[in-house]
Design a protein around this ligand. Structure first.
Ligand code: SF4
Length: 184
């Protein structure tokens, strides 16, 4: 019997380490998907994408890169006037696209490395995933709590000298991180 196929949305290389390892160890045939129109600016997007591509190459991991889906205008439209709840809409946008590609590609399951991060809204991600990939769907959402591997992933990403960003991704998170630059 062939291994079940899972499409894993990857937000960045450091967050991919533990989930990809764990899913491979479970016996899944893993394909990664880099779809992150939230990342601002484009140079940062390219840096995270290239770090993920380099890591995938070392593993022989199939990686789908959705550069055509890098549409900041669409992302800003999605979160506009909902800035206080922007993470929900940002997470939904990325998981929704993942579920579409999983269905079109005949994957039995989809999931996301966002479930690894201790900084993300874990329960929200799980709820969105279940909503998009319920039991009746052809591609089902695969819930895993990868957060137990948080320290292991950080250590390994440093050992591999991976690029490690210091903000979540969007312009708003960059602003929150660098408030001190605005003085007036
Ligand atoms: S902080 Fe992160 S999850 Fe929230 S909107 Fe920005 S990029 Fe998306």
């Amino acid at each position: 019997m062939s291994a079940p196929r899972v499409l894993v949305h990857v937000c960045c290389a450091p967050c991919a380490i533990v989930p990809v390892r764990a899913l491979m160890a479970e016996g899944f045939a893993v394909t990664a998907l880099f779809y992150n129109p939230n990342i601002h600016p484009v140079a940062e997007y390219a840096r995270r994408r290239d770090a993920m591509a380099a890591y995938a190459k070392t593993l022989g991991l199939p990686l789908i890169v959705k550069d055509k889906g890098y549409d900041p205008a669409a992302w800003f439209r999605r979160v506009s006037f909902r800035e206080d709840n922007r993470c929900f809409h940002c997470l939904h946008m990325r998981l929704e696209e993942t579920s579409f590609i999983a269905r079109a590609g005949g994957f039995s399951h989809f999931t996301s490395t966002l479930l690894y991060s201790r900084r993300q809204k874990h329960e929200t991600i799980a709820a969105i995933g279940r909503d998009l990939g319920g039991e009746e769907m052809k591609s089902r959402f695969l819930y895993r709590d990868f957060r137990a591997g948080w320290a292991e992933g950080i250590e390994e990403s440093k050992r591999l000298k991976m690029y490690r960003q210091d903000y979540c991704g969007c312009l708003f998170s960059d602003l929150e991180r660098r408030k001190e630059l605005l003085q007036g």
